[in-house]
Design a protein around this ligand. Sequence first.
Ligand SMILES: [Zn+2]
Length: 353
Amino acid sequence: MSVGIITSDIFKKHDTSEATLTGKYNHPESPQRIESIFLHLGNKEIWKKSEHILTRSITMEELYKVHTPEYVNSVKQFCQNGGGRIDEDTVTSPESYATALIAAGSILQGVDAVMTNQLKKVFCLIRPPGHHALPDQTMGFCLFSNLSLGATYAMSKYNVERILVLDWDAHHGNGTEKIFYNNKNVLTISWHQSPFWPFSGKYTDIGEGQGQGYNINIPIPEAFTDEIFIETFDQIVIPAARQFKPQLIMIASGYDAHHSDPLAGLNLTNQAYQFLSKRAMALAEELCEGKIIATLEGGYNLDALVNGVDSTLNFMHHPDANIKNDYEREKDDNKRQIKTLIDSIIKIQPLLK
Ligand SMILES: [Zn+2]
């Protein structure tokens, strides 16, 4: 068995609903996201034949490698005092702190499974998500930077020296970028709608100091579709990854670039997630013995979320499965914009020269 899933009913305990004067407000980052995945994928063959790995809480020592003790304590206190809106977008409940510790710990379990060769690929279906969380600040529905904590753990416990992060969530992975901005051991690549919240992620932000050349941003104009993700994967991600030679690939796997997502304004079809997942698996096979850890980020249309997770999990099990070559193409004018963007990125990224 080579594919694992890490998930749990525990992740439904992070309750983001709010009582308002007009009734209950259901936050888009809701427990129903995990519930839908269980409901629609739980009986499928790819779910049943995956190894199900136990979750665990991250320890304080592991958490402090990325987040400050003061910050961790402030989140703990806030939740213990009843929770509520901890920043303008992020809602917590009394159980959110403990749940977030388990979400982060799940990635570490995934790292253990993959780095000890117990499994080749692991999908962490967890919440709260993590890619916006900063070392000392909650942001965008995120409390702790799950993926960064996993990458840091892989580097310290298993001496991994090169980790490739692919973030195909519709929002810029600003937290992950910030945490590794000066670090040449982690090549972070983020596709994101731009301009769009959190309004970072310019293509000219290529890392700093030792990390210069190890951060690649691929800003995508609103309403663009599958073709720009697939073209940039082929012309930017693959050559950069071949230069970088990762020992592990981690995916910040959000599904909110789908055209039906209520928050973002990109127009991907599910076909795009099939293409992206298939390419990521092939890249892992070519460069790092198939080692991949994916972690759930955004995705707020429940059908699109379920179909996206299904696609990624399917290609984890069947990396050679065929895909119909009928993804959404762009109009000629957009094709020119795609070419300009790719040329601009290639020009300034050292790994692509
Ligand atoms: Zn997102």
